[in-house]
Design a protein around this ligand. Sequence first.
Ligand code: SF4
Length: 471
Amino acid sequence: MQVVVADTFEEWRRAARQLLRSDTEPAEVLFRDSAGQRGLFDDGAQLEKTAQRSRRQEPRPAYRVPKEFLDLARKVSCHRDSDRWERLYRTLWRLTHGERRLLEVTTDDDVHRLLTMEKSVRRDAHKMKAFVRFRRVLAEGEEHFIAWHRPDHRIVRLTAPFFSRRFPDMFWSILTPGESVSWDKKALCYGPGVPASASPETDELEDLWRTYYGNIFNPARVNLATMTREMPVRHWATLPETDIIDDLLADAPRRVDEMVARQEGFATSAADFLPMELELRVLRAAARTCEGCHLHRAATQTVFGEGPPDAKIVLVGEQPGDQEDLAGRPFVGPAGDVLNDALSAVGIDREQVYLTNAVKHFKYEPRGKRRLHKRPDAREMSACKPWVEAELTLLQPNVLVCLGATAAQQLIGRDFRLTQQRGRAIVTQWCDNTIPTYHPSAVLRNPDPIRRERLMATLVADLRAAKTHLC
Ligand code: SF4
């Protein structure tokens, strides 16, 4: 009987490859985690000797392993169960010894167990991505963000790349009882586990986080039934927002529906990508990696808002158009030209305006070489809403102009009707002077010159009205 010690997927993979080469059957090998006792079969030396002996005896066939299995194995390797390595090797053996379509047999005992493990790991990884909360500490004059988390499985290496993409410009560390990871803005560095008592106690960011959370909260955290399923109680102690849950219950049901629909653990909202730091440049950087809905797949890039951080007036459009998508800036295409004309007509300097959109990725339909604008649907608007909410939380404008029905419905309410409510100042949670008007593209697209002129005059009149609230 051979004994193999493996802690990571790479270690198991290296060992499994050598065992296959030496024709070692699953019943002849025992896998173990090191549990701090490396040395049983440490560096594969014994395996290598076995493999070399075997290679000298006769050539072995080169095995082709389905990518699907490797993806599965990579996740299963993070599972806590000690039998995972043996199951993986047994399944690998069967796949390479006549059962090539084994993974399709989901009723098979090994396959079923591996799929169950993979699902459990995936859910745990999702929870870690959603529930890790960083605390700011100063180390040698340098700002560092530290989080302590207790995952069910060994998922630190699985999730660390996600955090490096999400917080590329911060020094941060995530400590767990089994393993820790740090990011120095260049590379990930793994270290030993850390007990909860070692994590920083104080945090000036917690109040800010609570306020922020009140605006962007994830409904799974406020529906008690869903919450206990999605967020095990043991994570609560590390989440500052849990003490405001009661206040948030009132708005939960609608958003819980969305959350329940994503039980498999994939992001369905920009909320999963929001940074903890409330600053426009940090928000902008985080939005670049947003995958809160499918729109990021076809678009060129995220088009975030731009303008002075102390802007008194904010204009929110629907979504970037073709040229905005290519340039990465809002309102730089033909609709932007119409807007510029309207702003000039009322004497508002575009440089003093913060311009953004309700949805940050371009939604379109390919038509030959052209990309035709498509209106975002309710789900996409809802998914993207946390970005504009975060922008408005920071900007706190005196005047908020909603350009078009999409922006108005997102910020004023779903029942908003442009034809009935346009041009009036409405009090919203974002601004006491929220003024809905036409989107410049409505002017642009209207084929009737007389109607077009009237629409432009209305847009100008509404912006003029908005300007009166600036004083
Ligand atoms: S449209 Fe919004 S929610 Fe969807 S991927 Fe883009 S930024 Fe994220």
